[in-house]
Design a protein around this ligand. Structure first.
Ligand SMILES: C[S@@+](CC[C@H](N)C(=O)[O-])C[C@H]1O[C@@H](n2cnc3c(N)ncnc32)[C@H](O)[C@@H]1O
Length: 312
C-alpha cells in the first residue's frame, strides 16, 4: 500500500462550490492517504483547502525526512535516545535541512489554499525560524507565532559523569566537579511548542475575501480552550495520554480549538503529516472535511481508523 496513490478524482475537486456547505454535515469527507505528501498534494486542486493545520517532522534526532516510527520508538527509552536525552543532538544542518524540506511543501500549500486561508504549522522551538522562512518564501504572510503550553520534562544534565570518565587523578576529578558546581547543559524545562501562523494573501478586503472564500477572518465567539476569554496566543493543553503508537501525537482539543477559530464550518482542513490522525479526528468533531497524508502505512491505517471511530 505504501506510496500508492488512492486518488478519488472528484474528491475535494475544483467544482465544489466556493461557499462551504453549512447545512448539516452529510457531505463531509475525511480521508488519510498513505503516500508522501509531496506526491499526494499534487492531486489537490487550487483553492481546494481552507486551512492547513499540520505537524511536520521536527528534524531532530531522526525525526527528519526519513522518519521511522518503529526505529524511533526502539531508540527512545524514558525520553532518552542512546545516551542523550531526546532532542539533544544538535547540528546547524538540522535547521537548513528542515527549511529545504519544507519550502517546496509550503509552495504546494500556497497553491492549494484559498486566498486568505490560514496555515498553522507546529515547529520544534529551536528550528521555528526555518519553518517561518519556508512559509514566507512560499508567499504566506507570517501573522503570529502561537504557543501550545504544556508541562514538559527537564532534559538538561550535569557533566559530572564525563569528568569521572576522564584520565585524571581522583583529586583532579574532584577539583573539576567542584568547579563545574553542578551546572547543566543548556536546556531549560520545555513548557511549550510553537505554531507558526501564516496567511495566504487575501483577495481584496477582509470583507470581500470572506464573502468569496469564507477564509481570512477568525471566529472568536466560541473558543474551546479558555472559553470565557478572547483567544490568545498562548494555548494551554495537556499532552495526550493516548498516543496511538505515535511519539509526537498532538492533543485533539488543541487542534479543535484552532480549527474552530481559523476555519468555517464545512471547510476542508489539510494535514500533510497526519501521523496518528489527531487533526482528522478534531476536524470531524468540528464538522469540517479533512484530507491527510501519512507516509508510514501502519500510521496511515491507524489514522484512518481513528478518524472513522472519532477516537480521542
Ligand atoms: C510530527 S509527526 C505528526 C504527528 C501527528 N500530529 C499526530 O498527532 O499524531 C510527523 C508525521 O509525518 C510523517 N511524514 C514524514 N514525512 C512525510 C511525508 N513526506 N509525507 C507524509 N507524511 C510524512 C511521519 O511518518 C510522522 O508520522
Amino acid at each position: 500500500m505504501k506510496n500508492e496513490i488512492i486518488n478519488e478524482a472528484d474528491l475535494f475537486s475544483k467544482d465544489q462550490p466556493a461557499l462551504h456547505n453549512t447545512s448539516g454535515y452529510e457531505d463531509l469527507k475525511a480521508k488519510v492517504e498513505n503516500v508522501d505528501c509531496r506526491i499526494g498534494m499534487k492531486h489537490l486542486n487550487e483553492n481546494a483547502v481552507s486551512l492547513v493545520l499540520t505537524d511536520p517532522p521536527y528534524f531532530i534526532d531522526g525525526m527528519d525526512a526519513g522518519w521511522d516510527t518503529k526505529k524511533l520508538t526502539a531508540r527512545v527509552k524514558d525520553g532518552v535516545v542512546g545516551s542523550l536525552p531526546a532532542g539533544m543532538k544538535f547540528s546547524v544542518d538540522q535547521g537548513r535541512e528542515l527549511q529545504r524540506f519544507l519550502t517546496p511543501i509550503a509552495e504546494e500549500w500556497m497553491r492549494v489554499i484559498r486566498p486568505g486561508g490560514f496555515c498553522l504549522v507546529f515547529s520544534q522551538n529551536r528550528l521555528v525560524h526555518r519553518t517561518a522562512i519556508a512559509l514566507e518564501d512560499a508567499g504566506f504572510e507570517i501573522r503570529d507565532v502561537l504557543l501550545w503550553r504544556y508541562e514538559g520534562q527537564a532534559k538538561a544534565f550535569t557533566q559530572d559523569h564525563f569528568v569521572r570518565k576522564r584520565k585524571l587523578t581522583a583529586e583532579g576529578k574532584e577539583r573539576l566537579i567542584q568547579k563545574l558546581g553542578g551546572r547543566k547543559t543548556p536546556q531549560l524545562k520545555p513548557q511549550g511548542e510553537m505554531i507558526i501562523l501564516g496567511q495566504a494573501p487575501r483577495e481584496g478586503t477582509f470583507v470581500d475575501n470572506w464573502d468569496k472564500w469564507e477564509t481570512g477572518l477568525i471566529d472568536v465567539k466560541d473558543p474551546l480552550i479558555g472559553a470565557t476569554q478572547f483567544p490568545g496566543t498562548v494555548i494551554p493543553a495537556k499532552k495526550p495520554r493516548k498516543r496511538y503508537g505515535h511519539m509526537t501525537a498532538k492533543p485533539v482539543n488543541l487542534l479543535q480549538h484552532l480549527i474552530r477559530i481559523f476555519s468555517a464550518p464545512g471547510a476542508l482542513v489539510l494535514d500533510s503529516f497526519a501521523g496518528s490522525g489527531s487533526t482528522g479526528v478534531a476536524a470531524k468533531i468540528e464538522g469540517r472535511s479533512f484530507i491527510g497524508y501519512e507516509i508510514e502505512t501502519e500510521m496511515a491505517i491507524c489514522a484512518q481508523e481513528r478518524i472513522e471511530g472519532i477516537l480521542l
